[in-house]
Design a protein around this ligand. Structure first.
Ligand code: PHE
Length: 354
């Protein structure tokens, strides 16, 4: 009995890992283990022999079991220590720097404008940049012979020779989204439509691609007074100061009456400042939606009326953030983008002051 005890306690102490320990357990206490077999032999013994051998065997079995358990815990602790040594990490080290891009001023200003109009109940609508000439012109009361078509320096797509359908165009303004939205939703409707527009024009103040935001509000009793209030409310929120506006009579085929809107500004050292001084700067075109436009979009002009406006996002960004050159917007110059770009975390909100 003492030999067995010595033999197994030594083997347990020497077991290098849990698998070796399990082998020892099976050899001693498994179904065919040495000690299990001895226990079975108890039955063949005389009662006297059994009285001493039984308790001794049970005690041996208990001792081996607890030695196994203790060694198992010891091995697990050692394994954990080993892992902790190799998986050690200094959490006080500074993080690795990552290059961060910036939000383009056009995107930022689009978000700002959208947030302000959303607060006044306008939803965002979008339309395609390649547009049929019907949506871009005819539905907006600009027929084929109309001088506005020529004035707009339109980019036309190509048609195969012999295909006499009118070519599609790169939309020259966001106004076709008025038609698409009224067709889809009917009236009443209150939307703004930000997006890219295209005109074949390139100089100091014009790029062939630029950005507009269209506004449209149609209901039973919307008037020019509502237009004026909405725009003044918008300018005040956008520029963060009360801005005087001037409505000048103008002409667009798709509005009647039409007005161009100027904001109050001053010129200091060749820099424009909005909301002060006695100068004026044109920022948008607007008016009451022409009955023919409502009809073209399937809205009954005898029941519905409202206003529309279109403004240049690029110009608004230049004015608000003092960006001098329009063409720099589209140069993808990294130094310019880092300077005039916005942190992705600076999401425009009304409560954050836009
Ligand atoms: N679409 C006009 C432009 O691009 C702007 C405008 C929109 C004017 C809506 C009146 C109403 O110049």
């Amino acid at each position: 009995m003492d030999d067995l005890k010595h033999q197994y306690l030594t083997q347990i102490a020497n077991a290098a890992d849990e698998a070796a320990l399990e082998d020892v357990r099976i050899a001693a206490l498994g179904k065919k283990g040495e000690i299990s077999l001895k226990m079975r032999e108890l039955g063949k013994m005389s009662p006297e022999e059994r009285q001493t051998a039984g308790p001794a065997l049970n005690a041996l079995k208990d001792e081996i079991n607890s030695a196994l358990a203790a060694r198992k815990m010891g091995l697990a602790d050692a394994a954990l220590d080993e892992r902790l040594k190799s998986e050690w990490m200094d959490v006080t080290l500074p993080g690795r720097g990552r290059p961060a891009g910036t939000i383009h001023p056009i995107s930022q200003v689009t978000e700002e404008v959208t947030a302000i109009f959303a607060d006044m109940g306008f939803a965002v609508a979008e339309g395609p940049q390649i547009e049929s000439d019907w949506y871009n012109f005819d539905a907006l009361n600009i027929p084929g012979h109309h001088p506005a078509r020529a004035e707009m320096d339109t980019f036309y797509t190509h048609r195969a020779p012999g295909d006499n359908r009118p070519p599609h165009v790169l939309r020259t303004h966001t106004s076709p989204v008025q038609i698409r939205s009224m067709e889809a939703q009917g009236a009443p409707i209150r939307i703004i439509c930000p997006g890219r527009v295209y005109r074949a024009d390139y100089d100091q103040t014009h790029t062939p691609m630029f950005n507009q935001i269209e506004g449209l509000a149609i209901d039973k009793d919307i008037s020019m007074a509502n237009l004026k209030w909405v725009l003044e409310e918008f300018f005040t929120a956008f520029f963060g100061t009360t801005v005087k506006t001037r409505f000048r009579a103008s002409h667009f085929p798709f509005t009647e009456p039409s007005a161009e809107v100027d904001v109050q500004c001053s010129w200091v050292d060749g820099q424009v400042r909005v909301g002060e001084g006695d100068g004026w700067l044109e920022v948008l075109g607007s008016g009451m939606v022409h009955p023919k436009v409502l009809s073209a979009a399937g809205v009954d002009p005898d029941q519905w009326q409202g206003f529309a406006f279109g403004m240049g996002i690029d110009r608004m960004a230049m004015l608000k953030y003092g960006i001098p050159d329009l063409r720099a917007f589209f140069d993808s110059d990294l130094r310019w983008l880092r300077h005039y770009g916005f942190s992705a975390l600076k999401v425009p909100t009304l409560h954050g002051g836009i």
